[in-house]
Write a protein that binds this ligand. Sequence first.
Ligand code: SAM
Length: 277
Amino acid sequence: MCNPNYLTFFEVNKARWNELVAHHVKSDFYDLHGFLNGKNTLTNIETKEIGNLLHGKLVLHLQCHFGLDTFSLERFGASNVIGIDFSEKAIEFALQIKKQIKSNADFICANIYDLPQILSARDQFDIVFTSYGVLCWLPDLKEWAKIISLFLKKHGFFYIVEDHPFATIFENDPNSPELKVQYPYFQSNEPLQLENDFSYATDVKLENKITYEWNHPLSNIFNVLMEAGLTIEFFHEFPFSSWKRFPFMEKNHDGFWRLTNSPYSIPLTFSLKTHKK
Ligand SMILES: C[S@@+](CC[C@H](N)C(=O)[O-])C[C@H]1O[C@@H](n2cnc3c(N)ncnc32)[C@H](O)[C@@H]1O
């Protein structure tokens, strides 16, 4: 069950995500048109790392936004995928796309902390998947890891590809000329209150500017998953990002953004695969 202490933060964040859906579905970033014409939205990282493991599998996709990756997991051969997101607008839009492309994917509109009350413990999956821009919205990673483990079958795996927590310590103001440390790496219980007029995928000025976010250090991500009974299979770090995190980044032909004015190679993305014994 959602911890009542977090409810106000969730409500504020959800209002922003609900507002974003209408803009994101029209954005070049999400390229809905390309998707409807058969494009797969999984990046090279997850395609290479788990693309060949999806065939015939039951997948639970956490924080699915309006579903393009959920449908893409299905296009990779998953037999059934359930996407979860707490934004009503995102799930409404995912259901419209489902009709349009005649997909078998299912969607549940819920806060992921409420999943144990919504799915039965007998609903177990071969794979739990989550990607890009998910952890900062979650105040309690211990509970998150327990939920992942609860819904994984024995021998099933959990896979995450995500913004690297180290990258989140730097200022990402569109006018900042270089990397400058602005945020803490180590998490406190209180979220950061951030204000941002735009999102990573739209230049439209938003009404819901405030968000509450938590930065989770890598050690915490590893420890909660291991404490929940999962075994680490691999962990990879990448010096590029799935979105233009800093103004001085350039997009490569592989779709990832790289630092152009920095002599340093720093981790901007990570992937992690764990399994349940
Ligand atoms: C950056 S998006 C995930 C992006 C996804 N990889 C994509 O590009 O389609 C983050 C998603 O997390 C959802 N979200 C945030 N907090 C959540 C929570 N507590 N429970 C469920 N969904 C949540 C938001 O509604 C949003 O759709």
